[in-house]
Every structure is written in structure tokens, then in C-alpha cells.
Design a protein around this ligand. Structure first.
Ligand code: GTB
Length: 220
């Protein structure tokens, strides 16, 4: 249901992740749940995403987008930042602590996520190529130093810098992309960190909501 006063996000009508919550609407849903902001979801097929109506919202024809009245945003990091700025709960009040939490948001998206994506994408596009098996350890070798460093920094702490923040929210969603790869088995500190994120009631509500979309499609 959508109306002019409702925040509306977009998500896959049929997510290729089969309801595992790995598409990037999950981070936006989680942020909205953390701050207690209700939202509506417009589900899009791959065809819809490339139609002029959606391209007017998202220049790259992707999900997620975020609409609040006249404001239209794309890029999951920017959307989470916007939500965190407009509501209490995802960024600290103290100016320096806030700047550090924002730094962790950037670290998640520009330092940790890229090597994870570099390994993941050939899994969709190059799996049948003769070089795939040889390349995989090289790509994993670019992820592991980041995980070593992140694990060392987190140490015995619950969250990256004091209270849970938008930096943790993004970092957990980024690290979750390694689930099923076996790599996280070597990182108990990070596995426990991901588990703490997934244990948050807001995470569970967001996960269930995106999972319900997949379940509805599969029962058709
Ligand atoms: N930088 C952008 C952001 O953070 O918002 C990236 C957005 C993006 O890549 N969106 C993807 C998309 O719309 C969906 S999330 N793709 C369609 C297109 O580009 O045409 C990426 C994604 C897809 C599938 C899985 N999966 O199956 O596990 C995981 C993540």
C-alpha cells in the first residue's frame, strides 16, 4: 500500500537470493525497523527496473530506492545515512562519536564490501569459465586481510565503536555476503558479531518482511 505520506522503498519482486536477505533493500529495511519508521515496499521485476518510471528514480535502474514525498534517494548507503540522520538510534549524539560511526559506514561500503563483491560476482558470471577455479583463491586472498584487520579491531567489543550504529548495520550486511563461502569459519570474532546483528529484533523484522516476499512468490 502506498500513499503520498508514506515512505516507500523498492525491492526485488523475485529476489535472486531466494529470501536470504542479501539484496540491498535488506539494509534499508533494517535501518527503518531500528528507528521505528513504517514503510511501504514497491516490488519490481528486472524489467520494471529498466523502465523509464524507475529510471527516473534510480539512474542505474537498480533497487533499492527511497521515496519520502518529494525526496527520492538511491544508493543503499546514502539511504541508510539519511534515515540515521533523521531519526534517533543509529548515530551517536556526540559529534566525534558520530563522525567515527559515519567512518565505519564508509569503511563497510568502500573498504570491506568491494573485495567481497569481486569474489561474489564471478560466481554468477564466470563459474563455467576455465579460469574461475584458479582465480577464486586470489580473490579470497584479497578479502582475508580485511577480515583479519576488522577482527583484530573488533576484538572483544560488541560493536565497532561503542553503541550499535549505522556503521555496524552496514558492516553486518556486508559481511553476511560471505555466508555460505566457508571463509567466515576462520573468523569467530566476526561470526559472533554477525550473529549479534542478526539477533536484533529490528533485523529479524526486516528479514522476515523480505523473506515473506520470496515465500509469497514461491507459493504462486
Ligand atoms: N551501490 C548500490 C547500492 O548500494 O544501492 C548497488 C545496488 C545494487 O547492486 N542493486 C542490485 C540490483 O538492483 C540488487 S542488490 N541489481 C539489478 C541490476 O543491477 O540490474 C545486489 C544483489 C543481488 C543479488 C544477490 N543475491 O542473489 O544474493 C545479492 C545482492
Amino acid at each position: 500500500m502506498e500513499d503520498s505520506m508514506t515512505i516507500t522503498i523498492t525491492a526485488f519482486a523475485q529476489s535472486p537470493d531466494r529470501g536470504r536477505g542479501l539484496a540491498r533493500d535488506m539494509r534499508v529495511r533494517w535501518a527503518l525497523e531500528e528507528v521505528g519508521q513504517p514503510y511501504a515496499v514497491r516490488l519490481l521485476t528486472f524489467k520494471d527496473m529498466k523502465e523509464p518510471a524507475h529510471l527516473a528514480l534510480h539512474p542505474f535502474g537498480q533497487i533499492p530506492t527511497y521515496e519520502d514525498g518529494a525526496l527520492v534517494l538511491f544508493e543503499s548507503g546514502s539511504i541508510v545515512f539519511h534515515i540515521a540522520e533523521r531519526h534517533a538510534g543509529l548515530l551517536p549524539d556526540d559529534a566525534n562519536a558520530r563522525a567515527r560511526a559515519i567512518t565505519w559506514m564508509f569503511a563497510a561500503l568502500s573498504t570491506v564490501e568491494p573485495p567481497i563483491l569481486d569474489r561474489e560476482i564471478p560466481g554468477y558470471t564466470e563459474r563455467d569459465k576455465p579460469w574461475y577455479a584458479e582465480r577464486l583463491p586470489i580473490l579470497e586472498g584479497r578479502i582475508r586481510p580485511r577480515l583479519d584487520e576488522l577482527s583484530r579491531r573488533l576484538g572483544g567489543a560488541e560493536w565497532l565503536d561503542g553503541a550499535f550504529s549505522a556503521g555496524d548495520l552496514l558492516m553486518v550486511t556486508v559481511l553476511r555476503r560471505l555466508e555460505g563461502s566457508g571463509i567466515l569459519d576462520d573468523y569467530p570474532v566476526l561470526s559472533a558479531y554477525i550473529a549479534r546483528g542478526k539477533d536484533r529484533p529490528a533485523y529479524k523484522r526486516a528479514f522476515d518482511a523480505q523473506r515473506a516476499v520470496f515465500a509469497a512468490v514461491s507459493s504462486d
